[in-house]
Every structure is written in structure tokens, then in C-alpha cells.
Design a protein around this ligand. Structure first.
Ligand code: HEM
Ligand SMILES: *[C@@H]1O[C@H](CO)[C@@H](O)[C@H](O)[C@H]1NC(C)=O
Ligand SMILES: *[C@@H]1O[C@H](CO)[C@@H](O)[C@H](O)[C@H]1NC(C)=O
Ligand SMILES: *[C@@H]1O[C@H](CO)[C@@H](O)[C@H](O)[C@H]1NC(C)=O
Ligand SMILES: *[C@@H]1O[C@H](CO)[C@@H](O)[C@H](O)[C@H]1NC(C)=O
Ligand SMILES: *[C@@H]1O[C@H](CO)[C@@H](O)[C@H](O)[C@H]1NC(C)=O
Length: 315
């Protein structure tokens, strides 16, 4: 209790002097139950469907890459507003919105009007990784929610699986992320699934793919077949967060073109891929660091934005 008042006082004093800043204990006075509520909500969702951990991790990534981590991706379209849900990378693809709604409802019950949807999504991404066996890290908090969203920005800011190493690097650089961050964060593809339409060209047209791996995927994903057939991004353990994704890159068994771009035998990122493939600890450490850095992309703080009551709509 004493430390709670002390940090409140400190926060009040600091906010006079400097721009509001994210901090781990942002809600420790105002919503002490936040972390367990999110953790349990994520555990429940993953128990119900193991893939959901992957979907929540990706949702946070797609939020942060479009005008910062501000929950813009969670806004529904209305009759006079088009949001990000139908942008190229999200339409028929982004999922997990109901899980965030359920967690938000519980958080609202415990601490009404206090916790942002952007922070809930950031915590849910971390808890998903932990729940599936990956690393943990302290999440800086204090983001606020946007009052708008942009489909155009979403179309232009989220990298596509057709990207080559050069365009992947420049996309990440445009978000303030390094080449090391790019390689570590791509390790997020150690969990989850992708649709045929996203990897068809890789399995039919690329030379940088193991022939028998390509053949087996071609059976699942025929030319002119159903675009929505799913395949695991990590063909061995798609619900376990580990470094197998990187081992697969060494074998030319990546599902997406963009994944295999990180390792081709002579690219600048080969060394990092090789390191993460052989040292799980190094991958976990760099992934956690990169997640924190991604979560700090252009947050709304202080009096900017709002604390949405319903994550799907502006107050
Ligand atoms: C480097 C550039 C990236 C590209 C080009 C890319 C592309 C994709 C594509 C095409 C899919 C499949 C979507 C679908 O078929 O509907 C996907 C899924 C996924 N991505 Fe990425 N991604 C990238 C980076 C990341 C990052 C940084 C993360 C998180 C740290 C991430 C996490 C995921 C996860 C977990 C899934 C599976 C989601 C699910 O099963 O619901 N991706 N990504
Ligand atoms: C989104 O996906 C649905 C279902 O596949 C499709 O009918 C619709 O045209 C798509 N919208 C956009 C904007 O691509
Ligand atoms: C964004 O991409 C979608 C799907 O490809 C497309 O239908 C839409 O016209 C694009 N919207 C904008 C504003 O760029
Ligand atoms: C990467 O893609 C960009 C955009 O499509 C293209 O201009 C560039 O030549 C490509 N670079 C390499 C090395 O293939
Ligand atoms: C493969 O490349 C050819 C020639 O560029 C193109 O016509 C075809 O649509 C591509 N196939 C797939 C499955 O992407
Ligand atoms: C590997 O990728 C690099 C960088 O994109 C490129 O310069 C090189 O030609 C590629 N090597 C092979 C063997 O495809």
C-alpha cells in the first residue's frame, strides 16, 4: 500500500516535468488485479483453442505496426467509418477480437474506465507466448486508445509474405525496428497457421524451398484450389513456442516466402538465423527484447486518445 501511494506521488511529480511515459507498474494502484485477469483470460482462451495464442500475438503486432500500439485494429467498421479489420493483411485473417472483448469486460468490472484496450492487447500477447512455452518479460504499460483507425495505413504498413529481405528490412526500419528485431520477431511464426493464398506462390514458384516439403504442401494447396486451407507456420510444433522455426529455415522448410528470405545461404541475416536455431536461450532473450521495443511504437499517453469502454468502438 505504501509503495502504491509512493509511486502515485512520484508519477504525479514526474508528469509535471516530462512527457508521460510507459511504466510496468502503471496500474499497480488503479487496477491491481489487471495482470491476473488478463493471464487467466488468455489461459482460458488457449485451453479452448490452442491456436488462439498465436492469433493474439499477431493481433498485437498488427496493432503496433499501424500508427502505433493504440488498439486501432480493434475498432469495428460503422456505416460512416472503415477501420483496419478489412485491410489486406487483416481481412478474413485477424482473429481473437472476442477474447479481448471478454477480458476487457472483466477488467471493466474490476476497474471501470481505467485500463486501455491497447494495454490489454499488449499483455495478452505476452501471456500467450508464456502460456505456449515461450519467454516472459515485463510489459511497459500506460498506452491509451485511439479514436480513429486507418485502412489505408494498415494496407501500407504491415509487411506482406511476398516481401524480400530488402523490403522486410526497410519496413521494420520504418517502425524503428532493427534487422535483429526483424529476425527475432519473425520467430513469432513458431506458432500459428497461414492460409494457402499466402504461401501458394512460395510452394510453386520459389527455388528456395525443400522439394519434398513443397510437394506435400502442394497436395494441401492445389493451384486454383481453396485459398483458405490452413497450414502450420512451424510444421512440427505449431502450438509450442520454441526455436524450431529457425531450424526449419536452415532446411528450407519455411511456409512463407518472407520467412525463407531470412536464410538463403548468403544473406546478411543467415548468421542470426543460425544462432537462434542452435541457441534457444538467445532466441528467447532477443524475442522478449524485441517485443518490448515493438510494444513501444508510438503509444498514445498522458491525455492523448482515450480509455475505450468497449474496445470495438470509440466512447
Ligand atoms: C516479418 C514480416 C511478417 C510477415 C510478412 C508476416 C506474414 C504473416 C502471414 C501471411 C500470416 C498468415 C495469415 C493468414 O494466412 O491469414 C502470418 C501469421 C502469423 N504471424 Fe506473421 N508476419 C510477419 C511478422 C510477424 C511478427 C513480427 C509476428 C509476431 C511477433 C507474427 C506473428 C504471426 C502469428 C503468430 C501468425 C499466426 C496467426 C494465427 O494462427 O492466427 N508475424 N504472418
Ligand atoms: C473480406 O473478406 C470477405 C470474405 O472473404 C470478402 O467477401 C470481402 O470482399 C473482403 N473485403 C475486402 C475489403 O477485401
Ligand atoms: C486496402 O486493401 C483492401 C484489400 O486489398 C482493398 O480492398 C482496399 O481498397 C484498400 N483500401 C485502401 C484505403 O487502401
Ligand atoms: C525486392 O523487392 C523490391 C520491391 O518489389 C524490388 O524493387 C527489389 O528489386 C527487390 N530486391 C531484391 C534483392 O530482389
Ligand atoms: C508463378 O509464377 C508465374 C509466372 O510469374 C505466374 O503466372 C503464376 O501465377 C505463379 N503461380 C503462383 C501459384 O503464384
Ligand atoms: C540471398 O539473399 C541475398 C540478399 O537478398 C541476395 O543478395 C543473394 O543473391 C541471395 N542468394 C541466393 C543464393 O539466393
Amino acid at each position: 500500500m505504501a509503495s502504491c501511494y509512493y509511486s502515485l506521488l512520484l508519477l504525479a511529480l514526474l508528469s509535471q516535468a516530462v512527457a508521460a511515459k510507459l511504466s510496468q507498474d502503471f496500474y499497480s494502484c488503479s487496477c491491481p488485479k489487471l495482470l491476473p485477469i488478463v493471464r487467466k483470460g488468455v489461459a482460458r482462451a488457449i485451453k479452448n483453442e490452442a491456436r488462439m495464442g498465436a492469433s493474439l500475438l499477431r493481433l498485437h503486432f498488427h496493432d503496433c505496426f499501424v500508427n502505433g500500439c493504440d488498439a486501432s485494429i480493434l475498432l469495428d467498421d460503422t456505416s460512416n467509418f472503415i477501420g483496419e479489420k478489412t485491410a489486406a493483411a487483416n481481412n478474413n485473417s485477424a482473429r481473437g477480437f472476442n477474447v479481448i472483448d471478454d477480458i476487457k469486460a472483466e477488467v471493466e468490472k474490476a476497474c471501470p474506465g481505467v485500463v486501455s484496450c491497447a494495454d490489454i492487447l499488449t499483455l495478452a500477447a505476452r501471456d500467450s507466448v508464456v502460456q505456449l512455452g515461450g519467454p516472459s518479460w515485463e510489459v511497459p504499460l500506460g498506452r491509451r486508445d485511439s479514436t480513429t483507425a486507418s485502412r489505408l495505413a494498415a494496407n501500407n504498413s504491415i509487411p506482406a509474405p511476398s516481401f524480400n529481405l530488402t523490403t522486410l528490412k526497410s519496413n521494420f526500419a520504418s517502425h524503428g525496428l532493427s534487422v535483429k528485431n526483424l529476425v527475432a520477431l519473425s520467430g513469432g511464426h513458431t506458432i500459428g497457421l497461414a492460409r494457402c493464398v499466402q504461401f501458394r506462390s512460395h510452394i510453386y514458384n520459389d527455388s528456395s524451398i525443400d522439394a519434398s516439403f513443397a510437394k506435400s504442401l502442394q497436395r494441401k494447396c492445389p493451384r486454383g484450389g481453396n485459398d483458405d486451407v490452413l497450414a502450420p507456420l512451424d510444421f512440427q510444433t505449431p502450438t509450442h513456442f520454441d526455436n524450431l522455426y529457425f531450424k526449419h529455415l536452415l532446411l528450407k522448410k519455411a511456409l512463407l516466402h518472407s520467412d525463407q528470405e531470412l536464410f538463403n545461404g548468403s544473406s546478411s541475416t543467415d548468421k542470426l538465423v543460425t544462432k537462434y536455431a542452435s541457441q534457444n536461450d538467445a532466441f528467447f532473450k532477443d524475442f522478449a527484447k524485441a517485443m518490448i521495443r515493438m510494444s513501444r511504437i508510438k503509444p498514445l499517453t498522458g491525455t492523448k486518445g482515450q480509455i475505450r469502454i468497449n474496445c470495438r468502438k470509440v466512447n
